[in-house]
Design a binder for this molecule. Structure first.
Ligand code: NAD
Length: 316
């Protein structure tokens, strides 16, 4: 599995990262056995990056991931764990007091002494000025205290990243995690990459399958996309199926093509999905992407290209 540098952190992340939200049962029930086997196979296949949050499954994802990582009996330095703070099952709280307590709770659930990356989760739901003036300074203290090695921010609207990065001292933030903006149907993150690189932050792209839109099984019922976007993605998936091709493989490979992105986080809930996704990365490295299928899918998705959905509270 190809490793890519994460900004100036010195971390080398596998180009595919293990998104652990499915371990919180957000895409259907996953048994603990299945979770353990998926994490083990991912690690054995060269995936060294695991992302979770206290929000996923109301802390369940962190607990299940922590157990599965412990069961690996691998040196702590051989894998990178990212978790988040500020978003919980019962709502958002980006106060310094809450995020400081949050990391201690996460470490206990994950059975770890430190996490590698701690990120403010979905900051568009909070006051961005509080993020700048209160939350990030609290995270800097947690970094100094050794609870996390690096800090970052996550969210959907791309404007949040420049808002915050333009207002914190240079070098404060190590990482940004963007999702659903570097997939076949929406690649708008691409325009922001030169800016993010100039700011020296590492770039993580999550949800290459657009949270299930680019799968043959289709998205979960809670998916926020418009009916138009959902039906265009379904048409693209059906087209691939008719041609004997797999839309998820194509979509993941598309996201992996951009090497400015350090890791592409895919949510995985079974050994089969780990196998398929690892094989997709290997195939891409050996023989490149199926250009014909890609241009056909891009043509079907053209009317909805870069269409997103509202997220968060209006910032003044
Ligand atoms: P995704 O686009 O990775 O899609 C996940 C869905 O695709 C799940 O239903 C999964 O079972 C399915 N899937 C995975 N591999 C497949 C395959 N080969 N074939 C068919 N289906 C397959 O969306 P995601 O899980 O939301 O995102 C990935 C990860 O990124 C999350 O688990 C989380 O760790 C992170 N993330 C973070 C944020 C944030 O911080 N705000 C937002 C979104 C995602």
């Amino acid at each position: 599995m190809e490793l890519r540098e994460l900004g100036r952190t010195g971390l080398k992340l596998s180009c595919i990262g293990f998104g652990a939200s499915p371990l919180g049962n957000v895409f259907g029930t996953v048994s603990e056995e299945q979770a353990n086997a998926s994490v083990r196979l991912a690690f054995q296949s060269g995936i060294n990056f695991f992302d979770t949050s206290p929000y996923y499954g109301g802390t369940l994802s962190e607990k299940v991931l922590g157990k599965a990582l412990k069961a690996l009996e691998a040196p702590r330095s051989s894998y990178v764990v990212a978790t988040k703070c500020g978003r919980y099952k019962d709502g958002f709280d980006f106060s310094a007091e809450r995020v400081t307590r949050s990391v201690e709770e996460s470490l206990e659930r994950l059975q770890l002494d430190y996490v590698d990356i701690l990120q403010c989760h979905d900051i568009e739901f909070g006051s961005l000025d509080q993020i700048v003036n209160e939350t990030i300074p609290a995270l800097v203290k947690l970094k100094e205290a050794g609870k996390t090695r690096f800090i970052g921010i996550t969210g959907l609207p791309l404007g949040i990243f420049s808002y915050v990065l333009d207002r914190v001292p240079p070098g404060t933030l190590d990482v940004v995690l963007s999702y659903c903006h570097y997939s076949v149907n929406d690649s708008s993150l691409g325009d922001l990459i030169p800016y993010l690189k100039a700011k020296g932050v590492g770039i993580i792209n999550a949800s290459p399958l657009s949270m299930g839109l680019l799968t043959h099984a289709g998205p979960p019922p809670w998916h926020p996309a418009s009916p138009q976007l959902k039906s265009a993605c379904e048409a693209a998936a059906d087209h691939c199926k008719e041609k004997g091709k797999n839309i998820s493989k194509l979509a993941l490979q598309y996201s992996l093509l951009n090497k400015e992105i350090s890791s592409v986080l895919v949510g995985m809930k079974s050994v089969e999905q780990v196998e398929e996704n690892v094989a997709a990365a290997r195939e891409l490295a050996n023989s490149g992407i199926d250009e014909e299928a890609l241009s056909e899918v891009e043509a079907i998705l053209k009317p909805v290209k870069n269409q997103s959905w509202p997220s968060g509270i209006q910032q003044s």
